[in-house]
Design a protein around this ligand. Structure first.
Ligand code: B1M
Length: 210
């Protein structure tokens, strides 16, 4: 039986090497990959999410934990079956055109991955048509957009308008966030959801897609 308590602890500590070792041990014991993910890796990251929301952990620590979780996931991912993958929620994530800030978006992506979702991170400074193409091509369940500048947040509305023009708006849940973005703004531009931080974004996406 893998030592999940220790695995969770090492994810929380952001200890990549220890997480890799414990994950490999669990794999060598022929443990179900899904069990390793849910009982050890994601379960540890869930604690991190809660502590971050409560203000008991800070961005650099969360990034370390997310890296440790990812290091374990990289060993487990090749063992997942096609059926395991099909069940997964697909999220396309981008920072909108004109905006180069990506630290918050990356945190959101890591949290979503820790929730077992498939994240297609398009990067920063993404024009609306490229975002919409990626939503279509990946048959995304959720589009997550981030903006950190008051001058670029309006671009989110533009993306939603392009989604509407292309007849895709009803097929995808649109989630927006970033320091200047408020719930009121999200409602005004027709987004389906807004989250103040990465851990809340994961909770909301889980709600939206369940
Ligand atoms: Co810039 N910058 N920056 N910057 N920068 C801010 C945002 C600013 C507030 C600084 C200031 O003036 N006090 C200001 C914006 C002012 C405004 O618009 N009102 C600003 C400015 C003006 C600029 C430039 C224009 C500066 C210049 O060149 N004159 C320029 C613009 C470049 C561009 O984008 N075109 C610029 C450039 C940069 C750097 C490149 C140097 C760097 C970015 C590096 C990078 O991201 N790779 C940078 C940084 C680091 C900052 C600050 C200092 C920190 C931002 C950050 O990473 N925060 C920032 C000031 C500040 O916030 N103290 C500032 C940490 C991060 C974890 O938080 O991104 O808010 P945040 O993400 C949170 C939530 O918002 C939420 O979850 C995250 C974590 O829980 N969230 C989501 C984010 N995205 C979400 C998506 C979701 C849900 C939740 O769903 C999809």
């Amino acid at each position: 039986m893998p030592d999940y308590e220790k695995m969770r602890e090492k994810v929380i500590d952001g200890d990549q090497e220890a997480v890799k070792e414990l994950t490999q041990e669990a794999i060598d014991e022929d443990t179900e990959p899904q069990e390793i993910i849910s009982e050890g890796l994601i379960s540890g990251m869930n604690v991190v999410g809660e502590r971050f929301k409560a203000g008991d952990m800070f961005v650099p620590e969360v990034l370390m934990s997310a890296k440790a979780m990812k290091a374990g996931m990289e060993l487990v991912n090749p063992l997942l079956t096609a059926a395991d993958r099909e069940e997964s929620v697909t999220v396309v994530l981008a920072t909108v055109e004109g905006d180069l800030h990506d630290i918050g978006k990356n945190l959101v992506g890591m949290m979503l991955e820790s929730g077992g979702m498939e994240v297609i991170d398009l990067g920063v400074d993404l024009p609306a048509d490229e975002i919409v193409d990626a939503v279509r091509e990946n048959n995304a369940d959720v589009l997550g957009m981030s903006a950190l500048l008051t001058t670029t947040m309006m671009e989110m509305q533009n993306v939603i308008e392009v989604l509407e023009e292309e007849g895709l708006k009803d097929d995808v849940e649109v989630l927006v966030g970033g320091a200047p973005v408020t719930k009121e703004f999200a409602d005004d531009i027709g987004a389906d959801g807004w989250a103040p931080d990465a851990a809340s974004a994961k909770d909301l996406v889980q709600e939206m897609t369940s």
